[in-house]
Design a protein around this ligand. Structure first.
Ligand SMILES: [Fe+2]
Length: 180
């Protein structure tokens, strides 16, 4: 549940619900992408309880961060980060324009979506939250094969917020079966 430092108003919650519905509609039967976006949203929400950031900008960007993946695959035959960064912003802009979001807000979301695979590309707490929330989801697939020392090293290099680093340690180090 929401436990944000800056809690969204009921109007903002309604807007966020519309963003989520639009993302789910856009991804259609691609449940894997929908689940990923929602998982990133959940971690972003958790990070928002520790980090002072705009919750609507953060959660909208979390929901739409990978929205360019279908166009990347369709046009370039690849879901590589650079293609997603290129193809994501126009889709995010179209979705948010349809929802009557204001231009300044849409521009900020598009900036995050268009840079979310580039470390430290945007200097904002909202960008850092998306970066760490995405890593918390994606690392679950890749870190289980590494030693505890390697995991600690990767996390220290990759995570860009202190709460994100602590959550990653909790997930990928403290919960390990094998402490190699
Ligand atoms: Fe992602």
């Amino acid at each position: 549940m929401f436990n944000l430092l800056v809690k969204p108003t009921s109007e903002q919650k309604q807007f966020l619900a519309k963003v989520r519905a639009a993302m789910e509609h856009y991804f259609g039967d691609d449940q894997k992408r929908i689940d990923h976006a929602l998982q990133v949203c959940r971690y972003a929400e958790e990070l928002l309880t520790f980090i002072d950031a705009d919750p609507v900008l953060t959660l909208t960007s979390a929901c739409l961060h990978d929205i360019g993946i279908h166009e990347a695959e369709r046009k370039h035959g690849s879901s590589a980060g650079n293609w997603q960064e290129l193809e994501g912003p126009p889709v995010a802009v179209a979705i948010l324009t349809e929802l009557d979001a204001d231009l300044a807000f849409i521009t900020l979301v598009a900036e995050i979506v268009g840079n979310h695979h580039t470390a430290r590309a945007v200097e904002s707490p909202e960008f850092r939250i998306i970066w760490d929330a995405d890593a918390l989801v994606n690392f679950s697939d890749v870190l289980s094969y590494r030693s505890a020392e390697q995991v600690e090293c990767i996390l220290q290099k990759h995570m860009v917020t202190e709460p994100g680093l602590q959550m990653a340690r909790q997930l990928f180090l403290n919960n390990r079966q094998d402490h190699k």
